[in-house]
Write a protein that binds this ligand. Structure first.
Ligand code: ATP
Ligand code: MG
Length: 560
């Protein structure tokens, strides 16, 4: 599929290109996307997906999907399902190359035995706390474990007994014997295996010892014959350890290349924190349209094309940075502007009666479906005596710069007529404006000026009798702070949640052409933004999400 992805031109592409040219790995390119099935994918993962699958495509290689499922406690099949669904949605296929690190548990166990036999690993009886406390710091070396010099035979015996279930959780671990004084903390005799009497979502109760992520990831890449292990920057410090394992084991050596993670302002991108938002019900679920998850973005109305265009545009770098979420929104707007049909919808309705319009007349007005695309044609929109306009489009006592409807003023109703406000009706107790009485000029049919007279505003509208009721949900950033993790004294990051990140409007009136739309439908509501039908819609209730508004903050910043 898409070879447009983030692979356009960047330092990783250059490395791969050179490797292919120099016939390294026989000129083959083999990559993988290695998620841990402990949450839903977010847009940061999409960057990694597009790169791994994209490079494979561009260099006639292959890309595996591999679940790095080494932690039985936090992982589950629900997550694996959603991950596969999201990758396909982005437009990528792994065909028969679906793998699980848990399928390598036997192999990894053999690797561990091999390292013990080589005197490169030992069983350590220190507790997790003791291991942490003897690890040293960046300035100070660690302290050798008293169990470090156990004999190979004793290590083999203990490790086998760990496997057979003889010991309680946390009583022993297997550690690599490297260097407690290494400048790299990852090299200070890291843990390879821990005892965990837990059922794994795939291997069931076969194992009660599990390899750590660090003892799994690199070897899994090696087993699969991966040539380029592309991963995010935080693994740079782990590379010497991965290299060490592979060299000691004398197995195929993939090349690890690190890139900077995607960070977005106003957004949190850690699965652990996203999970907290879901579990503590700050949002409705992983697919809440305010979430940066792929299922959330999809529900919000983002398309794979918009996401891939965004990822192409931000490129791939070696240094961490924060991208403006306005740019992601810009990419959707850019795509939708070309393709989304235009429709009229009144979100906050105010009733308008055209006093001089015939009581039972309905006229069909011709409306353009997409000014950017002539082939989209036109549709008919019914016009009648009683209409709705947007409450915000009327002011009884307008300030100077307000050009829309006001008492005595004339405006254009798009595709329809010029109307003039003659009278304002208010609720007797609250004083709220509840209805306007207007007159129309029959000579202005189609919204054209009959005599060259000008109006300063064009409003959208919906015929009351023909309108469809709907609920519309408007969204804003989930976090008002640019850096949601910035904590002030006495507050935590969850206090930064934007309390008005979702506004639900449930008296909206839509033009009748929207009667039969269903989930997956996108359009522009004129003057309001781009919208899509939400999953909550059913036969009795139509629900729309606003994907993005019309105002393009990103373009505005570029033009400044
Ligand atoms: P998180 O911190 O959100 O939990 P993770 O790294 O633990 O992410 P994994 O399931 O291990 O999640 O990620 C799978 C792959 O996606 C890894 O190779 C990781 O480097 C990459 N990845 C994760 N987050 C980002 C991001 N923000 N930008 C780019 N790549 C990412
Ligand atoms: Mg991870």
């Amino acid at each position: 599929m898409p070879s447009d992805s983030v692979t356009a031109s960047n330092f990783i592409r250059e490395i791969i290109k050179d490797d292919v040219k120099n016939n390294k790995n026989d000129g083959k390119v083999y990559t993988r996307f290695p998620p841990e099935p402990n949450g839903y994918l977010h847009i940061g993962h999409a960057k990694s997906i597009c790169m791994n699958f994209g490079f494979a495509e561009d260099f006639n290689g292959l890309c595996n999907l591999r679940f790095d499922d080494t932690n039985p406690v936090k992982e589950g099949a629900e997550y694996a399902e959603s991950i596969m669904n999201d990758i396909r949605w982005l437009g990528f296929e792994w065909e028969d190359r679906l793998f699980y690190a848990s399928d390598y548990f036997d192999k990894l166990y053999e690797f561990a035995i091999d390292l013990i036999k080589k005197g490169k690993a030992y069983v350590c009886d220190l507790s997790a706390d003791e291991i942490r406390n003897t690890r040293g710091t960046l300035k100070e070396p660690g302290i050798n474990s008293p169990y470090r010099d156990r004999s190979i035979d004793e290590n083999l015996d203990l490790f086998k007994r760990m496997r057979s279930g003889e010991f309680e959780n946390g009583t022993r671990v297997l550690r690599a014997k490297i260097d407690m004084a290494s400048g790299n903390l990852n090299m200070r005799d890291p843990v390879m295996y821990r005892i965990l009497h837990a059922t794994h979502h795939r291997s069931g109760d076969k194992w009660c010892i599990y390899p750590t992520y660090d003892f799994t990831h690199g070897q899994s890449d090696s087993i699969e014959g991966i040539t380029h292990s592309i991963c995010s920057l935080e693994f740079e410090d782990h590379r010497p350890l991965y290299d060490w394992y592979i060299e000691q084991l004398e197995i195929h050596h993939p090349q690890q290349i690190e890139f900077a993670r995607l960070n977005l302002n106003h957004t949190i991108m850690s699965k652990r924190k996203l999970r907290e938002l879901v579990e503590e019900r700050y949002v409705d679920g992983w697919d809440d349209p305010r979430m940066p998850t792929l299922c959330g973005l999809r529900r919000r109305g983002f398309t794979p094309t918009a996401i891939r265009n965004f990822l192409t545009r931000i490129g791939v770098a070696k240094r961490n940075s924060v991208v403006d979420v306005a740019m992601l929104e810009h990419c959707l707007r850019e795509e939708q502007n070309k393709s989304a049909p235009r429709r009229m919808a009144v979100l906050n309705p105010l009733k308008v009666v055209i006093d001089n319009y015939p009581d039972d007349l309905t006229e069909e007005m011709e409306a353009v479906n997409n000014p950017e695309d002539a082939s989209a044609g036109i549709r008919k929109v019914p016009f009648s005596k009683t209409l709705y306009i947007e409450r915000d489009d009327f002011m009884e006592d307008p300030p100077k710069k307000f050009y829309r409807l006001a008492p005595g003023r004339e405006v254009r109703l798009r595709y329809a007529y010029f109307i003039k406000c003659e009278d304002v009706i208010k609720d007797e107790t609250t004083g709220e404006v509840i209805e306007l009485h207007c007159t129309y000029d029959p000579a202005s049919r189609g919204g054209n000026s009959p005599d060259g007279r000008k109006v300063k505003a064009t409003l959208h509208w919906v015929s009351a009798e023909h309108a469809i009721d709907a609920e519309v949900r408007l969204y804003d950033h989930l976090f008002s702070k640019e850096d949601p993790l910035e904590e002030e004294q006495g507050s935590n990051w969850k206090d930064n949640i934007n309390q008005s990140s979702r506004v639900i409007l449930n008296t909206c009136k839509l033009e009748p052409s929207l009667k039969d739309v269903s989930v997956g439908y996108f359009c522009q509501f004129e003057r309001q933004g781009y919208f899509c039908v939400d999953l909550d819609s059913n036969a009795n209730k139509l629900v729309f999400n606003r994907s993005v508004g019309l105002k393009d903050e990103w373009l505005r910043m570029q033009n400044k």
